[in-house]
Design a protein around this ligand. Structure first.
Ligand code: FES
Ligand SMILES: [Fe+2]
Length: 349
């Protein structure tokens, strides 16, 4: 068997809680890249390369100047665009062209911070399309990990055959791949729930057997899963971070903003059950590997997903920053029925 081997996606990753970042620059290790995050004097967050292009001094030791940084070692100053604007004792025309920091797209949303690891700014972080998405808040973030290749985790919902045997969910229609966005692949599944686990029994008793899952993966590592069972809706977002031994996953569950303590509690309960579901999935996936040459007659959807993953990873590896900036799929100008983006806002308020 030749398991799938792919480079780490240049993609959105979870950097941490917004409260972790201040005017003190902080180095964050993301898959494939370390960045330094700081809050400028305007209040906005910035993500830049982790070390100074002059003599590699860690920029986590730098001082914030306006919305830029002053390196601690020789006091070169970088402005809010990452461009060196001053070297002590030197004239502006003497500033070398290499004196420039790589900047990364950074988004602060729902009290959390997300960074895109492609070396260009202005990438947009996708999210769910709901009636009015800015009305949503998220539960406490849950963290999981798995020991197999990261792509196995994101490919899971395209592996239709396992739904019945692992999740006791019987498909009632043949799904098709949603390929309307170049940097995302999605699928809508209709199924009946037959599980005997507590969460399934509670769901079925209250809302019935019929369910629908809208599952979308952006960039190969960012999952949006919206499950509908009758009136019940569960909105889950999962960042899958490749690691040396497998993957880490950061799981968010959203419900509408509310002042009701009961609804806030039910959001946390939904997040708890989602976490349990995902944790069981991670155990089931232990040792699982995907070899594109060994997929079977019921694996067409999975084969399509894997083909897209391989093709986009080649594109990531070969594109220059300028080409990245031009990628139409990144700007999400025409949201599909399943996807949209929404503006920054805090938790319930
Ligand atoms: S190493 Fe940063 S200014 Fe010299
Ligand atoms: Fe699964």
């Amino acid at each position: 068997m030749t398991p799938l081997s792919l480079p780490i996606p240049l993609a959105w990753y979870y950097a941490g809680s917004a409260s972790e970042f201040s005017a003190r620059p902080t180095e964050v290790s993301l898959p494939g890249r370390n960045v330094v995050i700081y809050r400028g004097q305007s209040g906005s967050l910035h993500a830049v390369q982790s070390h100074c292009p002059h003599m590699n001094s860690p920029l986590s030791k730098a001082q914030v100047r306006g919305d830029g940084l002053k390196c601690s070692l020789h006091h070169w100053v970088y402005n809010n665009q990452g461009v060196c604007s001053g070297i002590p004792g030197a004239k502006s025309h003497e500033i070398p062209s290499f004196a420039c920091l790589e900047k990364y797209s950074i988004v602060e949303r729902h009290g959390h911070v997300f960074v895109h690891t492609a070396p260009v700014t202005q990438q947009q972080l996708p999210l769910f399309a709901d009636e009015d998405p800015s009305d949503y808040a998220c539960a406490r973030v849950r963290l999981l990990s798995g020991q197999n290749h990261w792509s196995v985790a994101t490919a899971n919902a395209f592996d239709l055959a396992h739904f019945e045997y692992i999740h006791q969910r019987r498909p009632t229609a043949t799904p098709r791949m949603n390929a309307t966005q170049p940097d995302a692949r999605g699928v809508r599944l209709h199924y009946e729930i037959h599980g005997k686990a507590l969460a399934d029994r509670l769901l079925v008793r209250r809302y019935g057997h019929q369910a629908q899952l809208d599952y979308t993966v952006w960039h190969g590592n960012l999952i949006f899963a919206v499950t509908r069972v009758g009136e019940f809706v569960n909105r889950m977002m999962v960042f899958v971070h490749p690691t040396a031994t497998g993957f880490d996953a950061k799981l968010f569950v959203f419900t509408p903003k509310t002042h009701s303590p009961w609804k806030k509690l039910s959001r946390e309960i939904s997040a708890y059950f989602s976490y349990q579901f995902f944790a069981r999935e991670c155990l089931e996936l232990e040792g699982v590997a995907i070899d594109p040459a060994r997929l079977g007659p019921k694996d067409q959807l999975l084969a399509q997903y894997v083909a897209w993953l391989m093709q986009r990873s080649i594109k990531d590896a070969t594109q220059s920053p300028a080409q990245w900036a031009d990628r139409p799929g990144e700007s999400i100008k025409t949201p599909s029925p399943l996807l949209s983006q929404y503006p920054s806002h805090d938790a319930d308020g």
